[in-house]
Design a protein around this ligand. Sequence first.
Ligand code: BMA
Length: 385
Amino acid sequence: MFSVNISIYLIQINMLKKFIGASGVFIIFAMHSCKSYKNVIKLTEVVDTNATIETRNLFQKIQNIKDFGYAFGHQDATSYGIGWKNDGKEYRSDVNEVSGDFPAVYGFEIGHIELGDIQNLDTVNFVLMKKLIRKAYKKKGIITISWHPDNPLSKKSAWDTTQVVKYVLKGGAFHTKYRGWLFRVADFLNDLKDKRGNAIPVIFRPYHEMNGSWFWWGEGNCSTEEYQQLWKETIDILSNEYNVHNLLYAYSVNTFQTKDEYLKYYPGDKYVDILGVDIYQHGTVDDFVIALQTDLNILSEISKEKNKPFALTEAGLNKINIDNWWTHILDKNISGYDISWALFWRNAWPNHYFVPFSGATSSADFANFKKLPHVLFLKDIKKIR
Ligand code: BMA
């Protein structure tokens, strides 16, 4: 109830601004005389102090979602699926074909935008991606973007672990090059506009799984201080220099054992909006369940301490070869936590998919999973503000 009031309040401020033009003095005066102003600011405080109203509203919505359940997300949901690839004319999703509704959360990946390429590292054309982002947003979906930038030194992929972070930082030999990369990222993000020309709010999730050693920004390939500096400089450059104000920032750790491990690379409360964790079932069900319980218990605690929402920012079991995985393994072990969403990885090839397609094992269970009242698909989150 309180959050609804806040949204209305912010909309009123916006309307007032439009009505009285640039005269902020009146607003400040009015605010000072209003006791709840401090609360409004506190609750809608996000990393970017100049974040747009839509971005702040998204943050509020993410916090409200958990009161209803958790939102279901899929990476590249509308870009391709098993046996099809979006040619720009269709709007489909394996999720919709199996369950009768589209995901609530849409993951997109901008790896190779930094190179000025026309398509991302997974061959999704960037013009098409923008179109799909606009469409998902128009339908009231939530957009999250990951970024697997190439190694700036070796020019190989994000998985090339040649040490480079220290050279990318301010004063380093590759800093100018890195700024050029961020310029392209900013250009892409600033071009995400709705019909009215307002920037589409996005949950940006760069430099994820840093506690693993497979990316150039990962464990053992840079120091914790270098990682934190990379994170801060990236945000500062995007927001303060390249005027990107439509982002919430998600810090996303690979499955971990302890609170200390989770916070080892944490760049600070002022630089993180959402706490994330990536957990896949690579081995047995028992191992997966233990990982979910360990990590989500710790994250619940950190989330409360820091007053920040948390999410399962990547998850899945490749090929989902267990009939009742969705209802009996996944949902049973995550529905008791206050996560805002769970995003499942991409349906890339017949041996690399994380959501069932028509006829795949677990399709029937997925349809039942979708029907659970606390599992929120697109039609369900439309109602949440
Ligand atoms: C990985 C795999 C890769 C892909 C990368 C970025 O998990 O799916 O094939 O290139 O994510 O999307």
